[in-house]
Write a protein that binds this ligand. Structure first.
Ligand code: F6P
Length: 490
């Protein structure tokens, strides 16, 4: 309701690299998939609430020929609420803009996950060109000269600047879904000034935590000539003001499966029987994209250490890792895939019995409804990212447990750790500590699970994704009013 009220009469455009739906041809039929993406999880309910147009790279929709007809579609397919407008990229463009500068440059640069960022001039040129292409699409889609444009993530750092130049009255709200590093770390980017200037085309620039805002402001202070007002958290650059603020992202509440989902008991039974394990076997779950920032190796080492320290759980605990393949064209991701498979195989070989193995590794796409069944069946969820902007898996697990059971082991290096204080917080690099936290989760008394889960659920309920979007849009509405008034009174 708030979104409708704040945006009444205003056109809303969302721009992201990732598309919320993937269409692909299977024989005569077109298959529709929902990609594994925290960004999509968060932004989709907002778009459903306020309609508008979502502009995205048709990345997963592999066979362009067959889906060309889908370059402008109403989605969700079952009940269209907004328009999805796709931008198609050639292999070369995708390689430079998406795989290259965004995912071999900015991604490791911002996560500081000990993977060396790679910066190539060719990638940068594609990144610039594709950001311009998105800007052209925004201008084409704009029905007025002052739309509200929601720019998502590090693939589009230059877009706010281009929109500002073409549509000076637009309100540009940029949200950076990944961490922002300290000025020294960011400073190795050869095009640091251009990236910062592009981002400062935003009216509002959002990060998950105050810490990332502080890092960003310090980075701007180090590398650009600007005026910074720390009190109001604004940066004035080339006569334009940008407000830098933290907006912790969240998920839909109540969960979209609330009405239709199977009971916790049914989910627990179904998952255990599909794995051929007994009803008393404890189950852990991890859900990630197969990404080196997610701490999946560290998680497996912790499971192994836990079984060494607590051999009574050998044969009585199974950890299921769901991992959605991602960015598979990149060497770092291929190597990581091989390492994860090899480690799982080694640990299974070491502990497996004829009827049981400690790790079940599922490297494939899972639809969100299916993931929800695993959450409901699991005694513990492990989120051990080495660094993560927020991590919505932690919040999804909590939302799935309306029975107030289960425990969450959560990396202290996630944005979620700043909010979910009742999780068992760990340093994922500290294997011993993570192993003990896993054990503590598995033997946690029922009343303690309830207390912790109840408190975490209240947080996710109260600070849900509508609150995230609502706060940004309220701030934007205030700025718009102020600007309109200033224009009227000269
Ligand atoms: O939030 C990080 C992010 O890169 C999103 O921009 C993206 O949608 C998601 O992770 C999944 O990554 P990809 O789109 O590269 O598969």
């Amino acid at each position: 309701k708030l979104l409708h009220k704040e945006l009444s009469g205003d056109q809303v455009l969302v721009v992201s690299n990732r598309e919320p739906y993937i269409h692909s041809q299977e024989g005569e039929t077109i298959r529709v998939q929902r990609p594994a993406s925290g960004l999509v999880t968060a932004v989709e309910p907002v778009m459903k609430a306020c309609s508008g147009t979502w502009i995205a790279h048709g990345s997963g929709s592999a066979d362009r020929q067959t889906v060309d007809a889908h370059d402008r579609v109403g989605v969700p397919p079952e009940k269209p609420a907004y328009t999805l407008r796709r931008i198609w990229l050639s292999r070369e463009e995708e390689s430079g803009y998406y795989y290259g500068f965004a995912n071999e440059g900015l991604w490791p640069l911002c996560h500081i996950a000990h993977v060396r960022p790679v910066f190539r001039s060719n990638d940068w040129q594609q990144y610039v060109a594709i950001n311009r292409r998105f800007a052209d699409a925004v201008v084409r889609e704009a029905k007025t000269d002052d739309p509200v444009v929601l720019v998502q993530d590090y693939h589009l750092a230059l877009l706010p600047g281009y929109i500002r130049a073409a549509l000076p009255k637009a309100t540009v709200i940029t949200f950076w879904h990944i961490p922002w590093p300290n000025p020294e770390s960011f400073g190795i980017c050869p095009w640091r000034e251009e990236v910062l200037q592009g981002m400062l085309g935003s009216t509002i620039l959002g990060f998950h935590t105050p810490f990332h805002c502080k890092n960003f402001i310090e980075t701007v202070d180090r590398y650009l000539e600007t005026r910074i007002e720390h009190e109001s958290s604004t940066i004035s650059h080339n006569g334009k003001l940008t407000m830098v603020e933290s907006y912790p992202i969240s998920i839909q509440w109540p969960s979209p499966w609330q009405e239709s989902q199977a009971s916790v008991e049914e989910c627990a039974r179904e998952i255990r029987s599909s794995l051929g394990i007994g009803p008393d076997c404890l189950v852990g779950i991890g859900v990630d994209r197969l990404d080196y920032t997610k701490g999946i190796l560290e998680r497996f080492w912790a499971v192994e250490r836990m079984l060494e320290l607590h051999p009574e759980l050998v044969g009585r605990f199974t950890f299921i890792q769901i991992a959605a393949p991602t960015r598979t064209a990149l060497d770092d991701y291929q190597n990581f895939d091989a390492q994860v498979r090899a480690l799982a195989a080694r640990i299974n070989k070491r502990f497996a019995t004829a009827s049981w193995q400690p790790l079940v590794l599922r490297i494939e796409h899972h639809e969100p409804e299916e993931v929800n069944r695993y959450y409901r069946a699991a005694d513990v969820c492990m989120v051990t990212s080495l660094h993560d902007g927020m991590n919505l898996v932690a919040k999804e697990y909590v939302a799935a447990r309306d029975d107030e059971r289960g425990a969450l082991v959560l990396s202290q290096f996630t944005g979620a750790a700043h909010e979910l204080h009742e999780a068992l917080l760990v340093n994922p690099y500290h294997i011993e500590q993570t192993a003990e936290a896993l054990h503590e989760a598995l033997v946690m008394p029922e009343y303690e699970q309830r207390e912790r889960m109840r408190s975490m659920r209240a947080l996710v309920r109260d600070f849900n994704v509508y609150r995230w979007a609502g706060r940004m849009l309220l701030d934007a509405a205030r700025i718009r009013q102020r600007e309109k008034l200033a224009a009227r009174i000269g």
